[in-house]
Design a protein around this ligand. Sequence first.
Ligand code: GLA
Length: 429
Amino acid sequence: MRHLLSAFTGRRVIGLLAAALLCTAGPSGLSGPAAAQNAAPGDAADRDPGSASAAGAPAPRLPDGLAATPPMGFNNWNSTQCRAEFNESMVKSVADIFVAKGLKDAGYQYVNLDDCWALPQRDAAGKLVPDPRRFPNGIKALADYVHSKGLKFGIYTSAGVKTCSATGFPGALHHEKSDAQQFAAWGVDYLKYDNCNNLGLDAEQRYITMRDALKATGRPIVYGLCEWGQNRPWEWAADVGHLWRTTGDISDRWSSMLSILKRNLPLAPYAGPGHWNDPDMLEVGNGGMTDTEYRSHFSLWAMMAAPLLIGTDLRTASPATYEIVSNREIIALDQDALGKQGTVLSSDGGRWVIVKQLRDGDRAVALFNETDRAQAITTTATAAGLPAAPTYRLRDLWSHKQRNTHGEISATVPAHGTAVYRVSTVRHG
Ligand code: GLA
C-alpha cells in the first residue's frame, strides 16, 4: 500500500498546484468540478450529497445500454495487488472456476485485470506491452480464452501519465485514442480508469476524453471511473461512464468496509441503470473479516446496487466464501432491473434499517448491526414502503426460509451481522 500513500501525497501537491492555477484562471477559467481538484481523498464524499441535487439533476446516462444492472465479475487487485501470482494462469483459473463452480450461472461475467499487467515502457510505436513474465501469450490470447468460456474481459489503466503502482506503468493520458484502440483490438469489454499521476488536469475532461476514445472504437466497453470520489463524479459522470468509484480504496478490515458504506449510502439518488455508484471491489474471503462481517459486506453492497467484483483468489477460497458470493437471492437484489440503490430508513445506535425498492413491488429490507453486541432491530412493512395489508411474507435471504407477519419486520442480529428480507404483500382471495 506504500504506493498509495505516495500517490495520495503526490495528488495533494498536484491539488495545491491546480488550486493555484484555478485561482489565477478565475471562476470561469476551467470547466468541471474545480473546487474538488483541491480536495484530499474522501473530502468530497463527506459533504452532504443532497446539496448536489440543488445544483441540478445528474446528467442523462450513456445511451449505449451497457451495465443495465451493476457489473458482476472478478478483479485481482484486492487479493494479489502486484505480486507475481497475478498472471495468466491465475486469470484463466478464475474463468474456469466461474464456469465450474456456478458463478457464471449466478451472474458473474467480467474477469478483470488490475494494475501491473504491462511493462513500464511502451514500444517504439507507442503501444502498451503486456509483461511477458505474467502474460507470456499476451493479452489478446487471454481475452480470447475468457471469451471462449462465455465470459467478458476487463483491463485497467490510469487517466494520468502513469498508473498508481510505484513501479511506474504507462497511463493513458495523451494516449487515449491509441490505447482505447489497442484495448478494443484485444477484445476488452470493461475498462477501469484510475486517476494517479494526472498532472492536475481537469478530471471531467480527462474522463470524457477516454469515454470518446472508447466510443470511437465501436466496441461496447463498460467504463468504470476510478477517481475515488474526489471530484464528486456522481454529479457529472452519468453520461461519462457506467460506474464511478465514490471513495478511496477499500481494505480487508471491518472499519474500512464500514466507512465506505457510510460514504456511499447517501449517494443513492445518483445511481440507476447504466450509471452506478461504485464503493469498490469486494473483500469477501480475504481473511481480514469474519464470515458474519463478510455476509454483511456482501448484503450491503447488494442493497446499494454496487458492482459485485469478487476480489479474492478463488483458487483457494473457502466453502463459506463460495456460499456468500453465490447467494443468488442476495445477488437478485443487486441485479434487480429497477436499479434503485437502497436508502437508509433509520440508524439509531448503530441499528441500521436499509430499504431497497424492487421492480416487482417487493422491498428488500436489511437489518444491519454495526455494534459489537447482538441487537434487536425492528421496522415495519409500511415503513419500508409497502401498502397497508393484513399479511406480508418475509423471506430471509440468508436462511432461505420464509414466514408471514402482520407487518413487523424484526430480528435479533448478531454483532456486525445483517439480516436481509425480501418483503411482499400477500394477496388474499
Ligand atoms: C488505485 C485504485 C485501486 C487499484 C490501484 C492499483 O489505488 O483505486 O483500486 O486499482 O490503484 O495500483
